[in-house]
Design a protein around this ligand. Sequence first.
Ligand code: PMP
Length: 404
Amino acid sequence: MLDIQSIRKDFPILSHTVYDKPLIYFDNAATTQKPRQVVEKIENGYYNVNANIHRGVHFLSQAATEAHEEARKTIQRFLNARSSNEIIFTRGTTESINLIASSFTDAFMEEGDEVIISEMEHHSNIVPWQIQAARKGISLKVIPITEKGELCMDTYRSLFSERTKLVSVAHISNVLGTINPVKEVIEIAHQHDVPVLLDGAQAVPHTKVDVQALDADFYVFSGHKIYGPTGIGVLYGKEDWLDKLPPYQGGGEMIATVTFEKTTFNELPFKFEAGTPDYIGSTALAEAIHYVEQLGIEAIAAHEDELLRHASKRLEAIEDVRIFGQSVHKSSVLSFLIGDIHHYDMGMLLDRLGIAVRTGHHCAQPLMKAFGIEGTVRASFAFYNTKEEIDTFIAGIERVKTMF
Ligand code: PMP
């Protein structure tokens, strides 16, 4: 059991008021709030440990380098990767997927080759592939979803051909909350000798991820969705794959030797980390992960599941509600519409009550199209949220409803 009231004290923003109402922050799938420990780590980094890493012989540079490499080991342990060489720091999920889309396509794909994605993907797992499609003539195959918002696994099986080179799907949907059967997704792909990239942006804050148990080839996530800073994220890749991929960007850090005639590249993980990395961000991300681990990911999931059950039950009792995403395997994301109230109006009016929800297409326009809608209202819960906040939110919805 988590002591939510004492946990909330670590998050100063949660005691703010908005329009004289206590803030209720239900936009955690977009970004999470940061505990003091993470912000203090950033402050301490800049005040006390700041020097550019890797190239310096001096004391501060070595301390900063050690902290950055220790952070990499924290991520390695967190994902249960075999080696810290398999952990690449990026700016976030989006950059991690773009890196793989670019490097994997360059190394392993020819015109006519195929990538399998799904209908529930975030734009960041659609558009990078379309850029490669325009550049190299590869094509996309799309796993459709069921009415409940689950992957059609039979169709998935039938999408493979000898031209399939990669599968890239979300571990958890940011709109539907569906926890996809990613182990099975990977097993099926591997039967065809096809590697799999999992977009773990919504998964790492909610569920234990073990990349070796999953046998994932690539796994990506963003720091800011797991209580860490913005601008830092992770690409995990099996060493065998990363070794074979060409660099994504050129510059300092990623080279071994440079002459005007020829450059040789650095070894992993530095080959993919051109330029000065966000070494303050990496250490703050590691701090966020320590924070999560200290609470315990199982305890976090249990609390968030309880919030989801409570919110779903209360929301379902409202007349004319439509909830998008009805999988039994679901994380704490609730997308809905009430009657013909526009999602934007609902979001604006809830905001006046101090309740922060997200409205719109949630960067998943093809998914909206599949449901024949323009957008939804999305409430997404984190471990610091409470049932009382959900009750206030439901009362808010009831109140908005009476205005229409
Ligand atoms: N994939 C999913 C499933 C997401 O929820 C998000 C963020 N909404 C992203 C990718 C993109 O993450 P970022 O903007 O941090 O790169």
